[in-house]
Design a protein around this ligand. Structure first.
Ligand code: NAP
Length: 245
């Protein structure tokens, strides 16, 4: 037995980083099936075969592209029959000081981080309502509260909080919970783009004095994805080592 026995889950952006840690944890918790969605199908395939294959399906999908998302969820429904848990984890950064930010940088981040969440939720909400069961977890960020060079990213991560709280109110009566996790600085490829002095300043300011691990985020996501959080809806769970900027 595990916390997710009998449940079918989809994790977006699960080829590496935080998404891969979430998918691994779900498999450990005996999920009936975990769909690994990733922009790069090779990463998703590599992950699925390393995980043993039985409980996983790898799907190449660009969450910002509605047709790609529609096709991906069709494939997942063929494999699993239903989706009980959706973790909207796929995300990108295109950092620049706002007065130097290009429209391309703005659009790319809005389309993946916010549009992608909408596109994936659209695919599962009707079924969750009908079956009277569902768990949606959206990965926000401590940058939602403002971060220099991330006007585009912060707008999406703050937008996700409003989206999460609204869906929680709309779906709560159908036994569908919608929550968010807001990680601080987590040790993945994403933080490798941050200049070292900036990163070191964050670590020094953090009560934990270190970066978080993808596994520590996965633990919080698991709680919001399993039965233990049945009466938790519309919250933002900060996973940031106590660093509130
Ligand atoms: P990461 O290591 O850069 O991994 C991002 C994942 O998202 C990759 O698997 C990537 O696929 C996938 N992805 C990107 N664009 C996609 C698209 N259009 N469609 C489908 N998949 C796409 O990032 P991470 O650090 O694990 O971040 C995961 C989430 O946590 C993101 O939402 C991020 O904003 C959030 N977050 C991260 C931190 C942090 O410090 N790391 C802090 C707060 C919040 P490919 O491998 O194919 O490119």
């Amino acid at each position: 037995m595990g916390a997710l026995t009998g449940k079918y889950a989809v994790v977006t952006g699960a080829g590496r980083g935080i998404g891969a840690a979430i998918a691994k944890r779900f498999i450990t918790e005996n999920a009936a099936g975990v769909a690994i969605l990733d922009y790069d199908g090779d990463a998703a395939n590599a992950f699925a075969s390393a995980a043993g294959g039985n409980h996983t399906v790898a799907v190449a999908c660009d969450v910002s592209d509605r047709e790609s998302v529609r096709a991906a969820f069709e494939r997942i429904r063929e494999a699993f029959g239903r989706v009980d848990i959706l973790v909207n984890n796929a995300g990108i950064t295109r950092d620049a000081i706002y007065h130097k930010m290009t429209d391309e940088q703005w659009d790319a981040v809005i389309n993946v981080n916010l549009g992608g969440v909408h596109n994936c939720c659209r695919q599962v909400v009707a079924g969750m309502r009908e079956r009277g069961y569902g768990k949606i977890v959206n990965i926000s960020s401590s940058s939602a509260y403002g971060n220099v060079g991330q006007a585009n990213y912060a707008a999406t991560k703050a937008g996700l909080i409003g989206f999460t709280k609204t869906l929680a109110k709309e779906l709560g009566g159908k036994n569908v919970t919608v929550n968010a996790v807001a990680p601080g600085m987590i040790d993945t490829d994403m933080v490798k783009t941050i200049p070292e002095p900036v990163l070191n300043a964050f670590i020094a300011a953090s009560p934990a004095k270190r970066l978080g691990t993808p596994e520590e985020v996965a633990g919080a996501v698991l709680f919001l994805s399993c039965g233990d959080s049945a009466y938790v809806n519309g919250v933002v769970l900060d996973v940031n080592g106590g660093l509130f900027t």
